[in-house]
Design a protein. Sequence first.
Length: 265
Amino acid sequence: MDLGIRGKTAVVCAASKGLGRGCAEALAEAGVDLVINARTAETLEATAKEIRDAYGVRVEAVACDVTSEAGREETLAAARKLTGGGEIDILVNNAGGPPPGMWTDWDESDWLKALNGNMLTPIALMKAVLPGMMEKGWGRVINITSVSVKAPIAILGLSNAARAGLTGYVAGTSRQVAPKGVTINNLLPGTHDTDRIRGVDSGTVKSTGKSIEEVRAERAAAIPVGRYGTAEEFGKACAFLASVHAGFVVGQNWVLDGGQTNATI
């Protein structure tokens, strides 16, 4: 399927690896030029080169902390340069989740950091790009949140709360910008084979004494499709939401979890 977005420009956050990279690669395959950011310059530059070589699109890498105002400005400045002074067409918001724990573990500084990374930063980026998208009459915003928005995970209370706040913001804002041809939607990943999940699995190995093979097999068995998701298939879903074919999808929360969340709606 031709997604109809060849030649457009996207900013993809936290795109050096994992789900962010999956989204960047899927957009590049569709012919979209990219600005990608992440904190580690070496990994990010390697990703940018691999995407350029594989898909022949322009890719600018911005090594920064996008949760800071300076990092956001640097990323958006690179995007304006890539577009020749114009506005971007697609924004993919993504950030690593806060650390796990219990409600007794967190103080105000933990909450502020979680809210900044997983709610306030995506909101700030949306506020920066939405006016230009609306003026052009076309734009796509995809926020990578978490299945914990749909079904809270006890040890991920920081993530549950911060991402739920972003979800509420999107629910209202998406309806306000839709008349101008701009859509905002959320992708809610479950268990995907990424560094974060591998880290969680390693933690389970340490706490239970089980082998990594046992831990992964037990986790996979709890997923109806019987396996972990991949960054590639997640990226394809992101690219579809960014496409010309998704103009009637507004303010939705797409769960990509292999059926693990047991819910009717």
